[in-house]
Write a protein that binds this ligand. Structure first.
Ligand code: NAD
Length: 359
């Protein structure tokens, strides 16, 4: 197993060091046998090679089975030309690797239920997976632009377009994921108004015939948004279009109230994936050993589950995170009265110790 390690910028460097500790522990104590190689991306790539996605890094990620990414960006690079800004490195990775499926879990550890803006009983134990189509739909559809009409006013237009094969591809991916979870899949569309999602629904029903163990349901996107804040625990896996997923996944993630806790994955057609926390490079706390490394550590768990098909090791990491929270250990972003505040490196050490505690 080859893992490309791309720490990126800001706190990316600190949180990735803790994820590497976790992978090293799996290698030494649990026979993972993963090789890691570091690459530069984002501002770090620009500083060293004049480009946020240097050729060396591109070769590295193409050869790897999985990619762990920290975060990119920071004040230092904000005035650069848009073509070489750190964020271009991230977009370049997604398109070069054809990562069409974006998995955004919204998991709320019961110990952190107070951090949510919803009532603890509504969100405690929340565990939803949103599967968002990432390379098609209205964000990429042609024609698009702003034109001037005969009466002189401007008109903006975009095109929402999906081919059957694009829908089938994300559908199969979502069904596969549901098979590894509670086997319930909700496909979110707007089939009552948009023909393209009427077809989306038909394709999902067709794909479902190959997954008789998964219970498929359908929901209009407006209702899905409402249900996410009314009774989010009703969902297991949700699959939806690029734009609906963009909005719903942010909404679901924020139900948990803790940006430092949430991992994500972007997968290609063969299960190769890029794994990263959902937060950014947090330049305001970079270099201070304050960042919460748990989202990145939980991204390692996602990598084991979705690229390396090793649910046992993934669960070991997730249980270790639960155990550390049970011990009352907290980084600054999730701390509250009565808890023990610790730094980034200490949190990584605590997770590794908890992983070893149950052999
Ligand atoms: P951010 O997520 O970096 O930070 C938002 C707030 O959350 C900050 O107060 C930060 O200190 C805090 N925070 C974030 N992660 C944390 C963690 N692990 N532990 C503790 N606190 C944490 O978002 P931003 O401030 O809007 O953006 C900062 C930079 O990150 C920008 O350059 C932006 O472009 C970039 N960014 C990168 C990614 C990515 O690499 N995927 C995503 C979002 C933003």
């Amino acid at each position: 197993m080859k893992i490309a390690i791309l720490p990126g910028d800001g706190i990316g460097v600190e949180i990735m060091a803790e994820a590497v500790k976790v992978i090293e522990c799996l290698n030494s104590d649990f026979s993972l046998n993963a090789e890691m190689e570091n690459g530069l991306v984002g501002g770090a790539g620009y500083d060293a090679h004049g480009h946020p996605l240097p050729q060396e890094t591109l070769s590295l990620v193409k050869e790897a089975d999985a990619i762990m990414l920290g975060a990119v960006g920071g004040y230092k690079w904000e005035s650069l030309d848009i073509a070489v800004r750190p964020e271009k490195g991230l977009l370049g990775l997604r398109s070069e690797l054809e990562l069409f499926s974006n998995l955004r879990p919204a998991i709320l550890y019961p110990q952190l239920a107070d951090a949510s803006s919803l009532k603890p009983e509504v969100v405690s134990g929340l565990d939803i997976m949103i599967v968002r189509e990432l390379t098609g739909g209205i964000y990429f559809g042609q024609p698009r632009g702003i034109r001037t009409l005969e009466d002189g006013q401007r008109q903006g237009y975009n095109t929402l377009v999906y081919s059957e094969s694009e829908v089938e591809r994300i559908g199969r991916n979502a069904f596969d994921i549901a098979m590894k979870r509670d086997r319930r899949l909700c496909s979110v569309d707007k089939a009552n108004v948009l023909e393209v999602t009427e077809m989306w629904r038909e394709v999902m029903i067709e794909v479902s015939k190959d997954y008789p163990d998964v219970e498929l349901s359908h929901m209009y996107v407006d209702n899905a948004a409402m249900q996410l804040v009314r009774a989010p625990k009703q969902f297991d896996v949700m699959v939806t279009t690029n734009m609906f997923g963009d909005i719903l996944s942010d909404c679901a993630a924020m139900l948990t109230g803790s940006i430092g806790m949430l991992p994500s994955a972007s997968l290609d057609a063969n299960g190769k994936g890029m794994y990263e926390p959902i937060h950014g490079s947090a330049p305001d706390i970079a270099g201070e050993n304050k960042a919460n490394p748990l989202a990145t550590i939980l991204s390692v768990a996602m990598m084991l589950r979705y690229t390396f098909d090793n649910a046992d090791m993934a669960k070991r990491i997730e249980d270790a995170v639960g155990s550390v929270l049970d011990q009352g250990l907290r980084t600054i972003d999730i701390t509250s009265d009565g808890m023990t505040e610790i730094g980034t490196a200490e949190m990584g050490d605590a997770v590794v110790a908890a992983m070893r505690a149950v052999k």
